[in-house]
Write a protein that binds this ligand. Structure first.
Ligand code: DGY
Length: 330
């Protein structure tokens, strides 16, 4: 039985668009003919289209634009697209579904790591960590300490508004309790059990924006959440409040955010994600002192990336060995 299974699946070809860590490659090599980009850098389009030819499975990630052209180039054998990420907006899900191609992701394993990063952005934004670090490095501190140096805002005891109480949102709420924060949340569906377990309060989005000192976004990107936060929503916020975004950049209308920051409608932002990534040096967000900016590193720890590689690889193995499709998103 086992021999039959090995023989059957070993004919299948898997392409991995960028180098992923162990144990991903070892798991895949055990069962499939695997071809993996030896570099972690994004492939140019022509190479991607060439390398996906005749594959049965594709492992891809953020920045790879897996659209109908990639699916055409792969041809009719392509049965599964396994995302090395929880977000799957880099795949044309509509097109994949139309072609009966299964799309999977890597939930659960990266939630705590992303919640940690969210909290580091809250703390950095509130306490000017990045600006203060730069101040020391460039020698400005040599002119002396003063009592108004880098005054910031308290995180402990403040109000955190969480938009989207999924896995990551819930873990951010847990961390907030350790800082004695009052936690409000807005989500498509109310989560009564989590409300009572963590003593957090459901409020409509508008009320959340009005009452929060920190607004942290944890929704996935879809038609309903595209530009969920725009000028009209930002105007509801306190002038001393911060927006933190570790979900997807397109949830915020970035032009509206930039003008809100210019006009001091809010105190600042901590961002790990942007409307169009990567952002360039000329993006006005990079010129402002009220912004803490990261290059989309929410899940970037050695341990988590390794767990993500394991899940992404096992999603392909489980699909072909008939053990059931886990983490399916379409
Ligand atoms: C995710 O897993 O969605 C992260 O944002 C990295 O792509």
């Amino acid at each position: 039985m086992i021999t039959y299974f090995m023989e059957t699946i070993s004919k299948n070809k898997v392409y991995v668009t960028r180098k992923i860590p162990e144990p991903g490659p070892s798991i895949l090599k055990k069962y499939f003919q695997i071809n993996m980009n030896p570099k972690a850098d994004i492939l140019d389009r022509d190479t991607l289209l060439e390398n996906v030819k005749n594959v049965d499975a594709l492992i891809c990630m953020l920045g790879d634009n897996v659209d109908s052209n990639v699916m055409d180039a792969a041809g009719p054998n392509l049965k599964i697209i396994s995302c090395y990420s929880v977000g799957h907006d880099h795949v044309d899900i509509y097109e994949a579904t139309k072609r009966k191609i299964i799309v999977t992701n890597t939930p659960n394993v990266l939630a705590n790591t992303t919640a940690d990063l969210t909290f580091s952005l809250i703390l950095s934004a509130a306490r000017n960590i990045v600006n203060a670090d730069r101040h020391v490095r460039i020698g400005n501190w040599e002119s002396g300490w003063s009592p108004d140096l880098f005054l910031g805002y308290d995180v402990y005891g403040s109000t955190l508004g969480i938009i989207g109480l999924g896995e990551i949102g819930t873990l951010v709420a847990r961390r907030a309790k350790g800082f004695d924060m009052k936690v409000l949340y807005y989500s498509k569906n109310r989560k009564y059990e989590i409300e009572s377990e963590l003593d957090i309060t459901y409020v409509p989005l508008e009320e959340l924006l009005q009452r929060s000192d920190f607004v942290s976004i944890h929704v996935s990107l879809n038609r309903d959440t595209l530009h969920l936060i725009d000028e009209s929503k930002i105007k509801l916020m306190k002038k001393t409040a911060f927006i933190i975004n570790t979900s997807r950049g397109k949830v915020i209308n970035e032009q509206d955010l930039i003008s809100a920051l210019k006009n001091k409608l809010i105190a600042g932002v901590g961002l790990d994600v942007y409307e169009n990534e990567p952002i360039s040096k000329s993006n006005p967000l990079t010129q402002m002192s009220q912004t803490t900016l990261l290059p989309h590193i929410g899940s970037a720890t050695f341990m988590t990336r390794s767990r993500m590689a394991e899940v992404a690889a096992n999603n392909v193995v489980n699909f072909f060995n008939g053990k059931g499709i886990l983490h399916k998103v379409n």
